[in-house]
Design a protein. Structure first.
Length: 511
């Protein structure tokens, strides 16, 4: 690595009204370096990278690129200076193809001045192949799963030939095998001299990939450390100002009666939907007071199974599903809620919340029938109910009246939990429940799940984070191409056993 930084940010400050989002932050990125930027949701990370990427133009302090002061008037100028950003909230156009998204605004032209579609498709395919992905560049982005869209976003950034690449939670929707491929790509970029600002809530990744770590807390730099020397607990203490001991907590309860039983569940589709893997032979049980994990690579069918169980799946199911011993085949999410089944989707912004509506409106949405009389909301009852629910989940918001889209990612996720739990479910289906939330919010969610299980709620949890499944779940069910290929009790569930089954092999216990 060279000593002179590609980018140096000095004394960066930014206020939003009375809120000081950034206070005197210094950050530099050298060629061939992965500089991790950590902090809880709301610590100032997003504001800082929005300043560096030209999204925010009104700020205090100085930015230097290759030793020269710059002040970008917008993202296009930042990209022209060699700075590309992969944002946590994906910025793709669903109605355009993969190739069109990768080259959006930079479409290659033929000699006649028309868009060179063939060149775009070849280029998009090459960048995707670098990531170990064989998606058809002609496919519409709107037909892709979240993890596949994440790969398209990364491919678009790679197409810019950036000298500095900002990666905001790039692995949030990727399974472990896809993460390994991404890390191999990052290694290639480092060898080419690209400097990377890497933001992630997965501390295990930081220990593997980062050369330096800068931690933000409350808009300021809490410290900078070498991740190869500093312990994980030291980094956590810098992030949250306290130790998060026993991150996953303890379950400890005895499971009760069988809450959910699935036998040979399969879903037949008239026309296969590209990128979707419907259940093709799923067998599992979830008992009251039990947390059962769903593992599998991207495309294994975890999300499709959960959607089928909420009545939101596509196709005609066969096999047998029993809920508390009675046949269960929901016609849609409303009928699932009526049977006591609640669902937290993987994409809270798209499927979990109405972002421009208030925190209160989002929280009461699934339980409106119990809060209305003659078609009118009982405001006093609704207000008390919402305040009590938000307090129970420690949701941090200036007021229940603020738009939910203004909250941090962790607090948005808590609102999703709040609205679903207001329906008093007996079975809770969770799809990537900690995606994109910080370590402190994760600890709070894990504590909440143990508390819910202790009350007798059955929980079926899909996660792409192996350590989350291993630390939280009583059993892990592994899916491969829509089928159950392994059911591993906690004592037998190891990363090796889960990955072996997830890749279509045999799950074996390892010493």
């Amino acid at each position: 690595m060279t000593e002179a930084p590609l980018v140096r940010m000095t004394a960066i400050g930014k206020r939003f009204g009375s809120v000081h989002a950034c206070r005197g932050i210094d950050l530099s990125v050298r060629a061939g370096e992965v500089h991790a930027l950590l902090g809880e949701n709301g610590a100032g990370k997003s504001t800082l990278i929005n300043i560096l990427s030209g999204v925010i133009t009104d700020y205090d302090g100085v930015i230097e690129v290759n030793g020269k002061p710059v002040r970008f008037a917008g993202p296009a100028e930042a990209q022209a200076a060699g700075i590309a950003t992969i944002h946590q909230e994906l910025d793709l156009v669903p109605g355009l193809s993969i190739a069109e998204n990768v080259f959006l605004g930079r479409e290659p032209r033929t000699r006649l001045g028309t868009v060179d579609i063939a060149t775009m498709r070849r280029g998009a395919a090459d960048h995707l192949r670098t990531l170990g992905c064989d998606l058809d560049p002609r496919r519409l982005v709107g037909s892709l799963r979240v993890g596949e869209q994440q790969l398209v976003e990364i491919a678009r950034a790679l197409s810019l030939d950036a000298r500095v690449l900002i990666m905001d939670e790039p692995t949030a929707a990727l399974a472990d095998a896809e993460v390994e491929r991404l890390f191999a790509t990052i290694a290639e970029l480092r060898r080419a001299g690209v400097g990377i600002v890497y933001i992630s809530h997965r501390l295990a990744e930081i220990e593997v990939i980062a050369d330096r770590v800068t931690v933000l807390r409350n808009g300021s730099v809490a410290g900078s450390v070498d991740p190869k020397v500093a312990s994980r607990d030291e980094i956590i203490q810098l992030m949250v100002g306290r130790s998060v001991a026993g991150l996953f907590g303890n379950g400890g309860g005895d499971p009760g009666k069988v809450m959910l039983e699935i036998r040979d569940l399969a879903v037949r589709q008239r026309r296969p939907v590209p990128g979707r893997t419907p259940p093709a032979g799923v067998n599992l049980t979830v008992r009251a007071g039990e947390i059962v994990g769903l593992a599998g690579l991207m495309g294994a069918g975890r999300t499709e199974l959960l959607e089928t169980l909420t009545g939101a799946g596509i196709g005609r199911p066969s096999g047998e599903v029993l809920l508390e011993g009675r046949p269960y085949r929901p016609r849609g999410p409303r009928s699932a809620l009526a049977r006591g089944v609640a669902f937290v989707p993987e994409d809270r912004r798209l499927a979990g919340l109405v972002l421009h509506h208030s925190v209160a409106d989002n929280t009461m949405l699934p339980a409106l029938t119990s809060l209305t009389r003659f078609g009118f909301v009982r405001r006093a009852l609704a207000g008390r109910t919402v305040r009590d629910q938000l307090a129970a989940l420690a949701v941090k918001a200036a007021s229940p009246a603020v738009p939910v889209g203004t909250l941090s990612g962790g607090n948005q996720q808590k609102v999703v939990f709040a609205k679903e739990l207001l329906t008093r479910p007996r079975l809770l289906l969770l799809d990537e429940p900690t995606r994109g939330v910080d370590i402190g919010a994760k600890a709070e969610i894990y504590k909440l799940l143990h508390q819910l299980a202790a009350t007798g709620i059955g929980i079926l949890l899909a996660s792409s984070e192996l350590h989350e499944l291993l630390g939280l779940c009583d059993r892990v069910v592994v899916l491969y191409r829509g089928r159950t290929v392994a059911v591993l009790p906690q004592a037998s569930a190891t990363p090796q056993a889960i990955l072996a089954a997830a890749m279509g092999g045999e799950a074996k216990e390892t010493p």
